[in-house]
Structures are given as structure tokens and as C-alpha cells.
Design a protein around this ligand. Structure first.
Ligand code: GLN
Length: 204
């Protein structure tokens, strides 16, 4: 069974833990550097990326996490979690982990539509479409080499992507009842280097 830490400094971490446990993973909250030693994979939840970054510094997590991320730890970042992982944040310095080759713009959908939902075709998950909940979401504005696009909005905006064992979504898959993104991540995390290739989506 996979031991999956969920960064539990701020934001929607409980929902991730619940969903991972439903899938049979040993999921637990991570707040301290020593707790990182037990993890086979990590989830960084949505919330407020500035608060999460600040708390990561205060708890002494930034450096050890960056080292683990660079050495191949599978990480799933949702919304603010993606911002933490991004190599570039528009108008700011890189995210604290700076591991995934994307440029993001924070709060990019504007005030009027700062929360919305959309049904997304996600080929790696199969049918049906994934019901995605966006809350003050960032936009992935550019992707680098080695980053695979997993889903886009109607207009073409990238909303889910993968770089080896790093998975990111600009929405909150933990806030729906559909576990397929978490299942995909667990498969990615346990495959030796060929993330996702043996994933068989379940019909739900
Ligand atoms: N707007 C938040 C930020 O910039 C992200 C929102 C979210 O995680 N739902 O950090």
C-alpha cells in the first residue's frame, strides 16, 4: 500500500486524505520535515499559495521538499499546489518548489467568474467527462518540454498536465465524488518511470 502524505498546512487537505483512503492508500497529513521521510508520494492541496509558501518556510519544509521533488518524488498539486510546484509564476518569482515546467498566472479568471464548474474530456481517464470545480483558479499559460497536457477547457486553456510523476490540475478534483484523478496519480506514483501507462480508468 502506498504511503501518501498530504501537505496539511492550509487549504483543502482533509478532502484529499479522504479520497486517497477511499482508494486504499495509506494517506496522512504532513506538517513537519520528519514526516516527509515516510512518504512514497505527496499531495499539495489547493488553498492560498502565498500562505502555504510562508508556512512551508516557517515549518522548515521548503528545502527538504525541493530536494525530494528534484529526486523524483511523485507529487500531485491541485490549484494552489500547482502554483507551489510551478517553475514560473507570472509577475513573481518561481514557486517555492519550481519543479514542473509550466508558467502560471494566479487568480487568472477574474472576479466575475472566480469560481465555476466544467465538464472536461480527459483522455487518460476515459469516459465520462470529469466534472471539474475551479475556485479562484490559476491559468497555465505556457508549458515547457516534457510536460504532457491532460485536459483543456473549451477555449484551449490547459487545466491539467503531467511531467513524469508530477501531476497538476488548476481545479479541485478532491471536491467532487470522482476519484479518477487520485487513482491516476496513485498509478503514476507506483509505476517505474512510465507514469500512467498501465492506468485503466474505471467507469463511474
Ligand atoms: N487563488 C489561490 C492562489 O493564488 C489558489 C486558489 C485555490 O487553490 N483554490 O493561491
Amino acid at each position: 500500500m502506498k504511503r501518501v502524505g498530504v501537505l496539511a498546512l492550509q487549504g483543502a487537505f482533509i478532502e484529499h486524505i479522504d479520497m486517497l483512503r477511499r482508494l486504499g492508500a495509506e494517506a496522512f497529513p504532513v506538517r513537519l520535515p520528519q514526516e516527509l521521510q515516510r512518504v512514497d508520494a505527496l499531495v499539495i492541496p489547493g488553498g492560498e499559495s502565498t500562505s502555504i509558501s510562508r508556512l512551508m518556510e516557517i515549518y522548515g519544509l521548503t528545502e527538504p521538499l525541493k530536494k525530494l521533488a528534484e529526486s523524483g518524488l511523485p507529487i500531485f498539486g491541485t490549484c494552489a499546489g500547482l502554483i507551489i510546484m510551478a517553475k514560473q509564476i507570472e509577475g513573481q518569482s518561481p514557486g517555492p518548489l519550481a519543479v514542473i515546467g509550466v508558467e502560471v498566472k494566479r487568480n487568472a479568471f477574474g472576479r466575475q467568474v472566480d469560481s465555476f464548474e466544467a465538464n472536461l474530456p480527459v483522455p487518460v481517464l476515459g469516459k465520462p467527462d470529469f466534472h471539474a470545480v475551479f475556485i479562484r483558479a490559476p491559468k497555465i499559460e505556457r508549458i515547457g518540454e516534457g510536460v504532457e497536457v491532460l485536459a483543456r477547457l473549451d477555449g484551449g486553456t490547459v487545466v491539467a498536465a503531467r511531467q513524469e510523476k508530477l501531476l497538476v490540475t488548476t481545479f479541485h478534483p478532491e471536491l467532487t465524488d470522482d476519484p479518477r484523478f487520485h487513482e491516476y496519480f496513485l498509478t503514476l506514483a507506483s509505476n517505474g518511470g512510465h507514469g500512467g501507462s498501465s492506468f485503466r480508468p474505471r467507469r463511474s
